[in-house]
Design a protein. Structure first.
Length: 297
């Protein structure tokens, strides 16, 4: 994500029209905050597709009875493709395409839209895709699509082998959780070990999480430095009724300085983002939750 943002800034300075996009709403919103106006459109891809479909007056072509999954994977990209095909302003509108967390968007239907939006298309145009196949929580990592991209004449692959985001303890924990080899860590900071707390049931977990959060607050940790991450939505969490005492929990993230509540969201929704302190909850089966642990850490 850091590299994707810097890449967008680089091309913006060169006066290029850039589409910087991703799958999740939260990451798209965060990226959008960093680019106001100018030549960079930074947003999650489904929000962008909905916008162009609405602007081209094609909303009625998306069946109202379709499931959310069908809309996102099939109908919305299909109608968005029609919107781009029918608009001279949209076809080839971007000089550069940058996709973060690309493992979530490697489907034919999405690639068809990207191909039309990018000047000279995916085969000859300028694009960057940053992805980690181990973070494919939404089952969108289409291997045939990766192979198709590799066949392009200008395709170059770069493997990122240095971890410049996590501390050594966190990087080691994430690698172990995902059954992977740990990368070289660049952050040279002496930090605490990853704290692992075992719980009997939902009630016990709620109690222990509440105590941990309150201990952090007593140490003057700011509320917006903490995030509660879970594999499940709030209503299915041990924290459905909030913490036993202490701060309120919110599912709305307004960014830094956003108040006195602790942000709660799913692991999948938070991908690509970060906080100083991450509290992972609702993990009951370490073997089945390997990927969630890896992504959350």
């Amino acid at each position: 994500t850091m590299i994707a943002l810097e890449e967008a800034r680089h091309h913006e300075r060169d006066g290029k029209a850039v589409l910087l996009t991703c799958f999740t709403k939260a990451l798209g919103t965060s990226m959008g905050r960093q680019f106001s106006g100018g030549d960079v459109v930074a947003t999650n891809f489904h929000a962008y597709m909905r916008r162009i479909v609405r602007e081209e007056g094609l909303e009625d072509r998306i069946p109202s009875e379709a499931s959310d999954d069908d809309v996102m994977r099939n109908f919305l990209p299909r109608v968005a493709k029609e919107a781009v095909e029918g608009s001279e302003d949209l076809r080839g509108a971007f000089d550069v395409l940058i996709i973060d967390e690309a493992q979530d968007l490697l489907l034919d239907a999405y690639m068809d839209v990207f191909d039309l939006l990018l000047s000279r298309g995916l085969e000859d145009g300028r694009w960057r895709m940053f992805y980690d196949p181990n973070q494919d929580l939404f089952q969108s990592m289409a291997k045939p699509m990766v192979n198709r991209l590799r066949e392009g004449p200008g395709f170059v692959s770069y493997r990122l082998t240095k971890n410049c985001r996590n501390t050594a303890h966190i990087a080691t924990f994430a690698a172990q959780a995902g059954g992977l080899k740990s990368d070289e860590v660049l952050l040279d900071r002496d930090t605490a070990e990853v704290e692992k707390v075992f719980c009997r049931d939902d009630s016990d977990m709620r109690s222990k999480v509440s105590k941990h959060i309150n201990d952090l607050v007593k140490k003057r940790v700011k509320h917006d430095q903490i995030v509660l991450l879970s594999p499940v939505t709030r209503q299915n969490s041990c924290l459905a009724d909030g913490l036993e005492d202490g701060p309120e929990i919110t599912e709305r993230d307004d960014g830094p300085g956003s108040g006195n509540s602790i942000f709660y969201t799913t692991i999948g929704s938070f991908k690509g983002l970060e906080r100083s302190i991450v509290v992972l909850v609702d993990v009951w089966d370490l073997e089945k939750e390997k990927r969630n642990l890896y992504v959350g850490a």
